[in-house]
Design a protein around this ligand. Sequence first.
Ligand code: GZL
Length: 307
Amino acid sequence: GALVLGGATGALAADKKITLGFAQVGAESEWRTANTQSIKTSAAKAGITLKFSDAQQKQENQIKAIRSFIAQKVDVIAFSPVVESGWETVLKEAKAAKIPVILTDRAVSVKDDSLYVTFMGSDFVEEGRRAGHWLLDNYKAQGNVNIVELQGTVGSAPAIDRKKGFEEVIKAQPRFKVIRSQTGDFTRAKGKEVMEAFLKAEGKKINVLYAHNDDMAIGAIQAIEEAGMKPGKDITIISVDGVKGAFEAMIAGKLNVTVECNPLLGPQLMDAVRDVVAGKSLPKRIVTKESVYPQSVAAKEFPNRKY
Ligand code: GZL
């Protein structure tokens, strides 16, 4: 009988090599480099061709990368939006080109959520709440508690939501007050620089540091030591991510707790890419599972850490 071309074409489509274009935020933190590693390793394991770009934390570079993926006619585009706003235009271009888009790690704020297939990543508001609950449950000294806050990248979902969740919880006990809050852009260098400014302005009045990621906390720890104070003792330090550097700081008694934010999204992303290409429908929101690691469990947990 005649060759059923449709069937043959279908078959070709089924095992055609998938090409994924991934526009990464940058390489600003241990979290980010672990996230990149997970994506590259998982793509290789899944036999998915990966076109990868690093935007050095600049939105215009991510937009350029997405446009180049569209021009190259990749099968799927995925990215972690450095900030929440300013994505409508380029996402409409991807939709017009019939290229599905998957958001990983950070969210976008768009009116039309048909511009992306799914958003997989942590619940940052919940991470902020966990940081707040740990503080209310574990801070023993009486009287007013002066908190300084190192925020993540201005306008990014993690910075906006970690602040929101933390404040939502501590407002239950007014003695806990954020007296200074400024961005350290998720980096060690900036975290140290801003903590130096906080110490110059407030010095020994500071009781607690809430850092939106471990890298800024590690930078701040250096600043606290250079100011002759004991991090983890004179200043209680709460941080987010759960990277190796945080466990080392907790084992040294210099950090009190880290709220886990799992960067190992690679395997889930590749499953989602295959499902999208196969025409399967995906939930609009996939939330990563994660927990909280206080200093008391750091040494035991450290050998299990994968990032
Ligand atoms: C959170 C991620 C944040 C990390 C930072 O999912 O977007 O960006 O908390 C990283 O370490 O720079």
